[in-house]
Write a protein that binds this ligand. Structure first.
Ligand SMILES: Cc1ncc(C[n+]2csc(CCOP(=O)(O)OP(=O)(O)O)c2C)c(N)n1
Ligand SMILES: [Mg+2]
Length: 340
C-alpha cells in the first residue's frame, strides 16, 4: 500500500485523504463487528470519529519520519501506510499478521514505515518518540518524531518528563494530543487541573489548538509544527479536539453500555470529519457523489480482500505460542532459555 505522502497519482491528494479516513472508519467498524461476533478474541479500542487527526498529521510527514501510537492505534498505523490485510490478520491471530498473530491490536508496528508501535501503556509512546528524535538529532538527520496520545495520558508523569526532555534538548518532536474528553469513562475535566494547552506551553513547547474533526485544519497545523521541528526550531504540541464514537473498548462477550450523554454523542457525530471533507469537496465542485460512491466501493473491496487474506491464513501452532516473544529468537543473538 502506498504511504499517504505518496498517494495514487490519479487521485487529488485531498480525495486520497478522504479515502484514507474512510478506510480507517470501515476497518474499525469491521474490527468491532468481528470482535462482537467472537472472531477477534482480544479487545479492540477503536477511534471511529477520530480519523482526521491520524490522516491530517501523517499527511504532514515523510516516509522517514516516525510515529508512536497508543492502545487506540489502528488509524495512526493505517495513516502512516500500514497494510490493512496484515493488520486484520494480526487481529484474527494469524501467522501472516504484523506480530505473527501473537500480539493483537495493541502491538502492531512496522519499523520500515516509521511506525514504532501501537502501545498498551498509556503515555509510553512519548519517551520512545523522544528517543527516536534524539537519534535523528545525533545523526544530523532532518526527520521528525510524532507521538500520538490521549487527553488521559496528559496526567502520566512520563509525558511531562518527555516534554521537559524535548524542550531541554531541542528535539524534533511534535506531540499530538487527541483530546476526546474521556479517559475510559472519566471526563477529563474531572481529573485534569488547569488546561492541557497551558500545561504544554509551560514546558516551552510551541502549542496550537486545532479542530481535530477537520482534516484540513489538522494538516495545516501539523505542517507548521513539523516544519518548525524539522528546521531545528524546537518541539511542538498540537491539542486536537475530537470525539470517540464507540465505547472505550470492545471485546468478545462484553457489551459495555455507553454512559455518555445522548445529546453529547449526537453532537459529536454531527462533527463527522469524513462527511465534512466530502461535503467540502463536492461544494467546491472538485468531486461528485458518484465519485465518492466509487471510492467507498474500492475501500470495501480492499477490506474484504484483506479479511479474506486474514481468514485464509494459518493460526500459530499452540506449541509455538512463545516463539518470537523474546529477542533471543532473532538472528545474531545467543539462544537462551525462558527461565534464564
Ligand atoms: C500506564 C497505564 N495506566 C492505565 C491504563 C489503563 N487504561 C487504558 S486506556 C486508558 C485511558 C486512556 O485515556 P486517553 O489517554 O484519553 O486515551 P483514549 O482512550 O481516550 O484514546 C487507561 C486508563 C493503561 N493501559 N496504562
Ligand atoms: Mg481520551
Amino acid at each position: 500500500m502506498p504511504t499517504p505522502v505518496d498517494p495514487p497519482s490519479d487521485l487529488d491528494p485531498e480525495i486520497s485523504r478522504y479515502r484514507l479516513m474512510q478506510l480507517i472508519r470501515r476497518f474499525e467498524e469491521m474490527a468491532v463487528d468481528l470482535t462482537r461476533g467472537g472472531e477477534i478474541q482480544s479487545a479492540v479500542h477503536v477511534g471511529t470519529g477520530q480519523e482526521a487527526i491520524a490522516v491530517g498529521v501523517c499527511a504532514a510527514l515523510g516516509p522517514d519520519d516516525v510515529i508512536t501510537s497508543t492502545h487506540r492505534g489502528h488509524g495512526h498505523i493505517l495513516a502512516k501506510g500500514g497494510d490493512p490485510a496484515r493488520m486484520l490478520a494480526e487481529l484474527l491471530g494469524r501467522e501472516t499478521g504484523y506480530n505473527k498473530g501473537r500480539g493483537g491490536s495493541m502491538h502492531i508496528a512496522d519499523i520500515d514505515l516509521g511506525i514504532y508501535g501501537a502501545n498498551g501503556m498509556v503515555g509510553a509512546g512519548a519517551p520512545m518518540a523522544c528517543g527516536a528524535a534524539f537519534m535523528f538529532k545525533t545523526r544530523a538527520e532532518r526527520h521528525v518524531a510524532v507521538p500520538f496520545f490521549g487527553d488521559g495520558a496528559m496526567n502520566q508523569g512520563v509525558l511531562l518528563e518527555s516534554f521537559n526532555l524535548a524542550t531541554m534538548l531541542n528535539l524534533p518532536v511534535v506531540f499530538v494530543c487527541e483530546n476526546n474528553g474521556y479517559a475510559v469513562t472519566t471526563p477529563i475535566a474531572e481529573v485534569l487541573k488547569g488546561s492541557i494547552l497551558e500545561r504544554a506551553r509551560g514546558f516551552g513547547l510551541a502549542v496550537e489548538a486545532v479542530d481535530g474533526m477537520d482534516v484540513r485544519a489538522v494538516q495545516a497545523a501539523a505542517e507548521r509544527a513539523v516544519a518548525r521541528a524539522r528546521d531545528g526550531g524546537g518541539p511542538g504540541f498540537l491539542e486536537c479536539a475530537t470525539y470517540r464514537y464507540e465505547v472505550h473498548n470492545v471485546s468478545a462477550g462484553s457489551n459495555w453500555a455507553d454512559e455518555r450523554d445522548a445529546a453529547e454523542r449526537q453532537e459529536g457525530r454531527a462533527r463527522d470529519p469524513i462527511e465534512r471533507l466530502a461535503t467540502q469537496l463536492i461544494a467546491e465542485g472538485r468531486w461528485s457523489a458518484v465519485d465518492r460512491a466509487q471510492v467507498d466501493a474500492e475501500v470495501e473491496s480492499e477490506l474484504e480482500g484483506g479479511l479474506g487474506f486474514a481468514r485464509n491464513s494459518r493460526r500459530p501452532d499452540p506449541s509455538a505460542a512463545y516463539d518470537f516473544m523474546y529477542a533471543r529468537d532473532y538472528a545474531g543473538l545467543p539462544a537462551r532459555g525462558v527461565d534464564e
